[in-house]
Design a protein around this ligand. Sequence first.
Ligand code: SF4
Length: 429
Amino acid sequence: MNYYEGEIAKYEKRLQTIDRKPRPDMLACNRLLYQALLDHDREQLRWWREGKPFMSASGGGMAILTRVFGEFRTLGLVGMADRMGSKAAEAAYQKIWSMGLPDYSCDRTILLLPIAASGVDLPKLSMILTRTGSCNVANNSHRTLAELMGIPFFMVDVPFEDPYQENLPYVVKQLHELIAHVEAKLPGAKFDGGRLMELQRLDRQRMAALHDIGRLRKHVPCPDHPRDVFREPLQCAEYTNPLAIVEYYETYRDELADRVSRGFTPVGEEKLRIVWAISGPYGSKAWDYLAQRGVSVPFWQYGGAEKNFIRPIYGDESEFGKALTPLEEVARTLLYNSWGGTGERWINDVVAACREFRADGLVLFEQTGCLPVLGLGKPVADRVDKEMGIPAWCADGRMLLGHTANAEAQFMAGLESFVNLCFERKGRR
Ligand code: SF4
């Protein structure tokens, strides 16, 4: 069974479960999400079987560039690694060793290499587009993949200096070079500016809905379930039907607005609010545990969270002091990332999120091998303690590999102690 066949079977089963036994604490729009993912996987499989071409992109804002050169489809490899599950991850790990690759990179960035390089689990790629200034580990693993497969790649260099607005022309110049590179290296590829504007129009709708979702999650009690907050937003361009992704987020927003108007929260009675940061325990019981204890997680802070939920979007003229052209709008989505500046940018953004979302505690889940936040746990913890009087828990570990019952039990014990500490500190504030 290849990757898509496995995913199709999974989503068919998941939809049957939702139809048979819907959970009252989960969003009804999750059905739209799983249906969109199922339709996407079926369509990708058809495209592959017909021998049609695929590209991949790494880093926030890059996927849109894979869809503007004619009929290329996109493989979002980091998201695919996230969905592998521990069993498939362990099998992939054996291949990583046999390929002579390093095993100290985070799971999200290393597990994709054997499945993508084989040309059996996934279609062979024609080209990879990457960037610096979001997660440089993911950037490096995609560049390694291009080397392993002997295919062309292009990397956009995004400077980390502030004020980041001054770097707009430098990034736009590279986007012109990227277009020339793709057209020169891929037979039949031709940049389509109209297609870019069409995708940006849809993405503007998606981001407007995400910004509304971010605002609605600030409400006390938080209308969203911790499990749904811990979902990385899907980029329209990675999906065969971008409109289905827009519809999912607009329905999601409307459903949260309805919950706010009714004062409904899926955690029962909200007793505590925790901001979650960096990464998390995929496939763990943590989210249901938090909900059962009356703990909301109103915000998940990661490199692209500011861009997705908070900062200016398409059409805004305040950020750069002018209206932007379509290519400048692409550059805007690349330019600000909480992990794309000095450590101070990340620290400030985390502290601001804790304030905005009225956190009683902060969890910093640092995956083994995660470089963007290396060494920043203590300074962040010190700042939220000093400025807000709230505790932080610096948890670390693998996400999928070695995810044994014992590892889960240890993590859950640590989480329980931290929640107890937050209750105690809140009682004293
Ligand atoms: S966990 Fe860290 S290293 Fe891994 S993809 Fe996320 S930011 Fe990159």
